[in-house]
Design a protein around this ligand. Sequence first.
Ligand code: ATP
Length: 320
Amino acid sequence: MSQAVESPGVTVRVPGKINLELVVGPLREDGYHELATVFHTVGIYDHVIATPSDTWSVQVSGQTAEGVPTGDDNLALKAAKSLARRYGVDEAAALTIDKNIPVAGGMAGGSADAAAALVACEALWELQLSRDELEPLAARLGSDVPFLLHGGTAVGSGRGERLAPVLARGELHWVLWVSTDSGLSTPAVYAECDRLREAAGADVPDPVPSGELIAALRTMDTAAVGAVLRNDLQEAACSLYPVLEDVLEAGTSLGARGAIVSGSGPTVAFLVGTQAAAIDLSVGLAARGPAGDIRRATGPVAGAQVVQSVAPAGPPSFTG
Ligand code: ATP
């Protein structure tokens, strides 16, 4: 049999997420908060390429590569190693990440790369595992990782790792304001949320997802969805990053049907009715400020997907 001339590799495309609803319950004894959340993928993508190698490595390039760790603390590398350990794979992989999802932006980019690395290495090593079989490993890597294996729109409970898909027909148009300064640390935002709640003497009930959002998602009615977006971390994110108040105000006054900080922020998501309205809002936001990257995306989209199973020997290109 002749030797393959192409270097075998697997390319996986993975989107970022926003939370259409994030209800934060009481702090648990394990240090996590009990959550009721509605995850929703939007079409802003990272690509993770896994190729066979004698040693483990990760390289990061792309629009948002700055500040992403390239050592053992990279979540994609952690994911690949944990998959190898769990299934007794005696091989290593070289990972390449083309990064486009904002870092520390509340869009779960690190978790997305971890989900993509699981899917890429599962295919590379031909382990024949289903997404459901990858889920326990994904949940150990991070609360958002299981969702990014599946994508779409889903209710998350527990730490966010227990998922139930939401029946959602059609698509939503989003304009995202992405900070060009530093991001926000997720633990710092939760700590600020606890501090604000304690100062207010607020009683924190067990979190429950709202029926209104689930009903609005059935028809994807923009006004109905926009009216019930909710994020319990928003006040804390704004407290740590006050410019977010101005961003929310700018988008709302420019006609967005809904406005919400994504997860722990500082990315802000604006909901509009059509692609034309998304273009109008992005132009308006760019002109009015506060300064930031303005991106447009639709959701929901699929989670981590193999897009190419044998990479050509040349550099990869991402046109999709
Ligand atoms: P969360 O999942 O908590 O919403 P986030 O979207 O705000 O997180 P991420 O982009 O996931 O933030 O990054 C959080 C931190 O994880 C970063 O500051 C970075 O140091 C680390 N990290 C590790 N691996 C990665 C990766 N592959 N991509 C991005 N960040 C990574």
